[in-house]
Every structure is written in structure tokens, then in C-alpha cells.
Design a protein around this ligand. Sequence first.
Ligand SMILES: C[S@@+](CC[C@H](N)C(=O)[O-])C[C@H]1O[C@@H](n2cnc3c(N)ncnc32)[C@H](O)[C@@H]1O
Length: 332
Amino acid sequence: MEHLLAALRAVAEPTRLRLVVLCARGELTVSELTQILGQSQPRVSRHLKLLCEAGLLDRFREGSWVFYRLSQAGPASALARQLVAACDEADPTIALDLQRLGAIKRQRAELARAYFRENADQWHRIRSLYIDEREVEAALVEVIAAADPRDLLDIGTGTGRMLEILAPRVEHALGIDQSREMLSIARVNLARAGLENGSVRLGDMYQLAVPDASFDAVVIHQVLHYADRPAAAIAEAARVLRPNGVLVLVDFAPHALEFLRDEHAHRRLGFSDAEVAEWCRAAGLDPASPRQLAGDPLTVVIWTAHRQTPTNPRFAQALQPAVPALVEGELH
Ligand SMILES: C[S@@+](CC[C@H](N)C(=O)[O-])C[C@H]1O[C@@H](n2cnc3c(N)ncnc32)[C@H](O)[C@@H]1O
């Protein structure tokens, strides 16, 4: 009971309640939160410290950035979620905070889009700058061959490289990306490779315009480090997986190459196995042991997780956030 009382005391202050609501919308830095609240950084940091101590928020440092997000585990985590659900989004203060958060996210998304717009034609060279792509691709082909999927979805398909190597192993492969420039290159690449069972479509990984349980395999290759809501992207991927379907996530292990943020629009400097496993479980997936492909200075990790079957009660729970919003579709 003591921890609950401590958490309730910590959140019983307007700015702190606003911070909890905001951090439920993604992983946010203190400077983003300061911008939204319009208060000084030391003041916001003090509030954040109290919320972390009470177990309502998680704080993690990555290079020179510090992120805050709603607590993922622990006794106060459920309370944090209940408080967020109880807050009325139409309340003028909350509505304004969310509006400002939306503006920051749009600005950030535009920066990332601009990066891919400008670098679309060089992506083939950039993607293999730090790691041996052949090794990663061979490992990925092995994983997909073992799963033997019929329908495969590639989220953040970019220039369609994953479709090129994986479409020949499935009946139907769809790639989704939010960059028109990347997709126009993907279309040329698919046509050149003669892959008639592969197509691409404009869309957002947080709101996939595809029905629930419609794919046997979902691949997210080198996309998650651009996400401000990696857990939400994983939950959305899990939604479209059939029972026993497999999610394959490929990204970097934690690293310290800060310039990838400044020069290549990365938001996260890699991911730990524990956090990826936690996000998968929360989405109703069973994580398997990850596979590390050590490189210098970057290590690539392949995480796989299987959709639980409907007889498992966590499966039903994980299906809750299941209504996809339609986004502009653009077929190959
Ligand atoms: C680093 S590229 C990787 C492309 C491809 N998976 C590969 O490995 O070659 C990341 C891709 O993710 C896409 N992306 C980023 N955020 C996205 C979002 N919210 N929805 C869909 N695509 C997104 C970008 O447009 C970009 O094409």
C-alpha cells in the first residue's frame, strides 16, 4: 500500500499529472517536455525526478539524450496507466499539451522524412556503411525460411531490399513505408527483380491499413531506431500477425555513435534485449532468444517473437488496441 500512496502523492500536482499523460504518448526527452509545458528545464526535471522515484515514469540515458516514458513494470506502472485512461483528453490543459506534442512529433517526422527524401537514391550505399549487410541478410533469410510464411509484411520497407530477398520465399509480400521517394525506388527495384508477388504501399507503421491477423511474418529491418514509440510500432505489428506468426525485428544493439542522431536522423542508439522482449510480451508475443551479429562498431541483433494462440488469455488482451485507421493507400 505504501508504494501506491507514494505514487498518488507524487502525481497529485497538475504539472506532474500532465507529464504522466504526455509520457504515455511516447519516449520523450526533457527538452521536448519543457517545450510542451512552457516551464523552465530545472523545474520540469524536478517534477520528472519525483515521478521516476515514485515508479510512475522510467528514465533512461542514451548517449547525451535522456528519455522518459511511462513506467513499463513495477507496482506503480498499472496505476500510471489507469491515471492516463482517466484523464479527459478534452480538458483544455491536456488538449493543449497533446496539440503541442503533436506539433513536435510532426516536426520530428518531417525531419526524418526529409532525410529519407534527400537520401533515397543513396540509401543502398548508406545502409551498408557500418555492417556487412550480406551476413545480416543471410541470417534473415534463414529465419524466414524456418518460419515458412505465406504472407509477409515488411514495415519501413524503404527501397524494398527486404522484399527483394524475402519475396521469392513467400506467396505474397507487402512493403509499407511513409516515404514516397523511398517507395518509388522500391517499385523500380521490385520490377527489375521481376517480383510480381511483391508490392509496396504508402503508410504509417503506427496505423497500418491492413486487417488484424493477416500476415504470417512481419519484418521491421532498421526502422525502429527512428521511432519515438517503438512499443506502439511493435504492438501494431503484432496486431496484423496471425496466431503463431513471427515478428522479426532487426536493429542495432545499444551503441554510442551519437552522430547517427545528428547526421542520419536516428532517435534511439540501439535497443537492449530486455526492452525488446518486454515490448513483445506486452503485445502478446513470445520472444525467442535474439541472435547477435557482432560488427565494429555496430552490432546488429535479430529478435524474433511469435504471436501467441487465441487459447492464451494474454493473446485476447493484446488484441485490445486493434482498430486500424485508414491511411492513404498507394499500390504498386
Ligand atoms: C533505415 S530505412 C530502412 C529501410 C529498409 N527496411 C532497409 O533495411 O533497407 C528506414 C525506413 O523506415 C521508414 N519509416 C520511418 N518511420 C516510418 C513510419 N512511421 N512509418 C512507415 N515507415 C517509416 C523510412 O521512410 C525509411 O524508409
